[in-house]
Design a protein around this ligand. Sequence first.
Ligand SMILES: *[C@@H]1O[C@H](CO)[C@@H](O)[C@H](O)[C@H]1NC(C)=O
Ligand SMILES: *[C@@H]1O[C@H](CO)[C@@H](O)[C@H](O)[C@H]1NC(C)=O
Ligand SMILES: *[C@@H]1O[C@H](CO)[C@@H](O)[C@H](O)[C@H]1NC(C)=O
Ligand SMILES: *[C@@H]1O[C@H](CO)[C@@H](O)[C@H](O)[C@H]1NC(C)=O
Ligand SMILES: *[C@@H]1O[C@H](CO)[C@@H](O)[C@H](O)[C@H]1NC(C)=O
Ligand SMILES: *[C@@H]1O[C@H](CO)[C@@H](O)[C@H](O)[C@H]1NC(C)=O
Length: 658
Amino acid sequence: MHFLSLYAIGALVASVIASPAPVISHVVHEKRNELPYGWSRRSELDRRAVLPMRIALKQRNIDRGHEYLDEVSHPASAKYGQYWTAKEVAEMFASSDDTINAVKEWLTSAGIAGERIKLAKSLNWLQFDASVEEAESLLKTKYHVYDHAASSQPHVACNQYSLPKHIREHVDFITPTVHFDAKLKAREDTRLSKRRDNPGTGRGIGKPWDRGHGSYPKWGHWIDRNELINDLRNCSNQITPACLRALYQFPPGHSANPKNSYGIVEYTPQAYVPSDLDLFFANFSQKQVGDRPILDSIDGGVIQQVNMSFAYNGESDLDLEYAMTLVYPQKVTLYQVGDIVEGASFNNFLDAIDGTYCTYEGGDDPTQDGTYPDPKGGYQGPENCGGYTATKVISTSYSYNEADLTAFYEERQCSEYMKLGMMGVSVLYSSGDYGVAGNLGQCLDRAPNGTLVLNNGTGGYFNPSFPGSCPYITSVGATQVKSNTDITKALATGTQPEMACETIIYSGGGFSNVFPLPDYQASAVKGWFANYPPPYGSARFNNSQQTRGFPDISANGANYAIAIDGRWALVYGTPASSPTTGSILTLINEARLNAGKGSIGFINPVLYANPDVLNDITEGGNQGCGTPGFSAAPGWDPVTGLGTPNYPKMLKLFLSLP
Ligand SMILES: *[C@@H]1O[C@H](CO)[C@@H](O)[C@H](O)[C@H]1NC(C)=O
Ligand SMILES: *[C@@H]1O[C@H](CO)[C@@H](O)[C@H](O)[C@H]1NC(C)=O
Ligand SMILES: *[C@@H]1O[C@H](CO)[C@@H](O)[C@H](O)[C@H]1NC(C)=O
Ligand SMILES: *[C@@H]1O[C@H](CO)[C@@H](O)[C@H](O)[C@H]1NC(C)=O
Ligand SMILES: *[C@@H]1O[C@H](CO)[C@@H](O)[C@H](O)[C@H]1NC(C)=O
Ligand SMILES: *[C@@H]1O[C@H](CO)[C@@H](O)[C@H](O)[C@H]1NC(C)=O
């Protein structure tokens, strides 16, 4: 009670004479300088209206997460393979009692009775309902109603809010406050909408639904069914499952251990066509005609069959035709994410497989992530938050430019991949298809205020992909068979039949502008800079040798024969390389599980410590931004990473680990 009156006086003094109160001074915690595009302030709020207040508490131990991950995934660690349970992970990173108590004490002293305050299951989020009057007094702010030009749905927000100085260190942020519900802000991305669904223009077909950015397979050309060749001598102009098995020396699958699983993530309205799977299977895996993936529908995800074309079916058909064939009889789980109206982001997927992520570090960002129930009228169920099981390997063939998102957003998401690694999950992302440039070939200029902004791609700063640049995923680049190369002859004579992909696409690669160099990669990156110094300096990329380099590994990404919309086509890109690599990892998991061991989890520390289990790729480059890009070289390089999978060697190595 005594504390309460002191606090009230302090606040009063602060607001009247605008000088810091001696006991509890408030400091601005978050502030917005201008309104997001399309919004205008309408009116004050009824002071008795009730606001659902949520306080995102600071996480404990998150800075130690990389050590925990290293402990269970480094081959030299005594704890290799001793993965964490989801509960252990949640508890390790839960906010500390000090944090929870300090914030609760502040709230109760300000008149929010203790029984009104709830701690979320995720242990990092306090919630309570408050009248506008209470919230304004608590946060020293003023709420208003805002309207958006293109929507009838109003939004409640303030320009800035303040917290007592001693509370700030315990709080990430509070909602509703300055954050705008920009789900109502349609992404006006004309660059992409002009290019929608236009097979035949080669590079640069945008995905209209992908919230602005994405890599996905690039169109080559239609082929006739009788042009399909299942002959290993022809893998340099047409890739089939048999070519991949020969290149990386892995056999067809032969068992389906019930503990094993392989997940492919797709974002609606991208969807597979069931009859395309059968068309593909009829030629390349006859036993599978009629086989379908296990469907995990997230946030209203549907197998849409309304919009049929390469742009809508290319990615999903490619991923499933190859992954299902390569791991059969093991099944593939299809995570189909997002409804047909709004779509979804990687965060929506992560929310579904990890209930604690929904609110972690303040929750999703509605300017990037799908919001459910869909305010635009699609899926009206609640957002999926937990309840889906993460498969042992998860491959995603979509990516953003790192520069599209804020560092805060990326770090939060990257921490989630770290947690998945701690739980024994291998997370793969395609590294991008535009070499050192970003999606659609765009590069970056540094604005006077220091931020990196996209340009037309003829020059400028290299544009790395995300999550490729997150150090807790495995980023997969693309190779191709050298022209006129008979791979069986090459392999028999010990000649490397592949080079970095330079057909239609260029393997995404480079250095992060956000994430530091991870330990497992440090000597590989230093070795590359020392032995093969690139012909560019800091005007092109962060050459400090202190940031994360990608990709980690690569696999073939050129001339994949796929069945699509009842026909056949050849497609290109790291979106082919990633599911192929994931299939090989799934076969290795199958062998480990059959031997009574656990999954391989986060593979980077093992691979960088044993680079000889990959086929080193030393030719080709990844041009972009008006430059030839980087060059593949012996050892790790930012074009093909450590190289392509050598299944027999990888299998032997992983089976030798506990
Ligand atoms: C693909 O299937 C068709 C129809 O069964 C067959 O005529 C053709 O020879 C097959 N092609 C290959 C390469 O297997
Ligand atoms: C397949 O490879 C053989 C041997 O290199 C070649 O003679 C033939 O033209 C190729 N066929 C096609 C359709 O590319
Ligand atoms: C699918 O096609 C319909 C009809 O042409 C169109 O109205 C709709 O916008 C398309 N949906 C998407 C997600 O592009
Ligand atoms: C920095 O400048 C760019 C380009 O003028 C602008 O788009 C961006 O909003 C600015 N960012 C900040 C934080 O002021
Ligand atoms: C791209 O931008 C550069 C630099 O602003 C400019 O000189 C060039 O003409 C532009 N090229 C195209 C094709 O728009
Ligand atoms: C490059 O990365 C290092 C390490 O994160 C950082 O200190 C430096 O500021 C970055 N350089 C530029 C030009 O952004």
